[in-house]
Design a protein around this ligand. Sequence first.
Ligand code: PYC
Length: 328
Amino acid sequence: MTERTEPMIPRRLRVVDSHTAGEPTRVLIDGAPEVVGKTMAEKREHFRRELDWVRTATVCEPRGHEAMVGALLCEPAHNDCAAGVVFFNNVDCLHGCVHATIGVAVTLAHLGRIGPGIHRLDTPTGVVSFELTETGAVTVRNVRSYRLLAGIRVAVPEIGAVTGDVAWGGNWFFLTDAPAGLAVEFRNRERLTDHAWAIRQALKAAGITGEAGAEIDHIELFGPPADPALADSRNFVLCPGKAYDRSPCGTGTSAKLACLHADGRLQRGMTWRQAGILNTVFNGSVEPAESGGVHPSITGSASITGEAGLILDPADPFALGIPTEPGI
Ligand code: PYC
């Protein structure tokens, strides 16, 4: 029988906080145990299996909150990358995360580890490159994004039939219009949450998934922009832990770009301005990918909001955070 050893829990984790278009990112820059694996996907699995306490201590209450996304900096699997990164939230690891990639870019610049130019980041969904400009804007060239299913109808209890697309943008999304009478506006965030959550449960009950049975854990609702001079569309994105994305969601915008391209509505050289629930905007464009779908580029910016040492006091009953139930 193999003996299970208790994890060595450090007393202090160093983090840099930022927000990208309103959505927070907490970058873990020091103190966490090493994540092990030959690929970033293996490192993510090691983190999920062995180091879940790092996730809960970093982004769950009492130090974090439901909307906070964590990014653990680690050794990249590809040595031409500036860093490796594993993204996580209040309930689990994410596959990819574009707003947090922008947060990581601005954090690395804040720490003096990179300057303006093009850099590569190793992530569990593949190598992502980003360009940091002198003004602090960041353009992320995201992983190949594509629409898997178009015009899928799902029966949602107490709502009725909802039709939408299933697409990959670095996470799995179901994209649909918000219903008549439910405007995509901040004041409606609780009703939008309930609506999106009901769709997510209905997709699960109907066995509608992404590729290889992957759960569709992000729901994206669309409505007209508040100001058509500033944006082409406004979205509300419900994330896996039932927090809504304060930003327009970069992987969600990538999924949207893939659908627009598949519908012939967005070509190379055009810009799609995606507003989020706070009316902040990501600019998106596409390069068609050889194997189908697109390579999206997403431009946004992030502001540093803090630098801290998180203290993990063994006498604190909540030293490792208050875990959120995945099923909520
Ligand atoms: O920007 O890709 C994104 C994202 C995913 C979840 C929260 N933000």
